[in-house]
Design a protein around this ligand. Structure first.
Ligand SMILES: Cc1cc2nc3c(=O)[nH]c(=O)nc-3n(C[C@H](O)[C@H](O)[C@H](O)COP(=O)(O)O)c2cc1C
Length: 177
């Protein structure tokens, strides 16, 4: 069995990148549970946790999601797809804005946890495209009050990819130091 050396938090953050090519080898349930634990460790406004996670491993379902989502073709080769959803009524002030903000935090934790475990993942867009949201709702029997935010394929990376260096001092404004 392969042993993954765990990296420290800042290294994981720096080395996270979108991975779109996978070997096709299934991801273990233990790793998915670890990733979901990380997802639910995210901050959420007023300690309301409006997020829900749908775990898709069925090959035919992954293919039908890939067929209907224009930028998620890589789902067919990932062992797993995590659909991050959020429920406005369960969010702070009962609003969509807080529901989305909280689910975005959980999504980033998913991407970071995948990197930490030596897996590859990528955010593929659903929200705020209404057609894509309705398509995912229909495919996965998601009720109308639940917003599918994204679909995150998780798989074993096929290649050794490097993260982009996106640090840009121009984006920082030191108000006073
Ligand atoms: C809101 C959002 C939507 C995205 N949608 C897609 C998508 O549909 N398909 C895809 O391959 N990547 C998608 N990405 C990933 C971005 O393309 C990627 O994060 C960006 O190119 C930077 O590369 P990096 O993640 O490797 O740093 C999305 C990212 C975000 C935050």
């Amino acid at each position: 069995m392969e042993t993954v050396m765990l990296k420290d938090a800042l290294t994981v953050i720096r080395e996270r990148k979108s991975v779109r090519n996978y070997t096709g080898e299934p991801v273990s349930k233990k790793d998915i549970e670890e990733i979901l634990r990380a997802a639910m460790a995210a901050p959420a406004a007023v300690h309301m946790e409006p997020w829900k996670f749908i775990i898709v491993t069925d090959k035919l379902k992954l293919k039908s999601l890939a067929d209907g989502l224009p930028f998620a073709k890589m789902l067919t080769n990932a062992g797993t797809g995590i659909v991050v959803c959020t429920v406005p009524e369960e969010a702070a002030m009962g609003t969509e804005e807080f529901a989305i903000l909280d689910a975005v935090c959980a999504s980033e934790n998913i991407l970071l946890a995948a990197e930490a475990l030596g897996l590859g993942a990528v955010w593929t867009a659903v929200y705020p495209n209404k057609e894509m949201m309705d398509f995912v709702r229909k495919e996965l029997n998601i009720p109308a009050n639940v917003i599918p935010l994204n679909v995150i394929p998780v798989g074993h990376p096929a290649d050794e990819e490097k993260a982009k260096d996106k640090y840009d001092a121009k984006n920082i404004h030191w108000e006073k130091w």
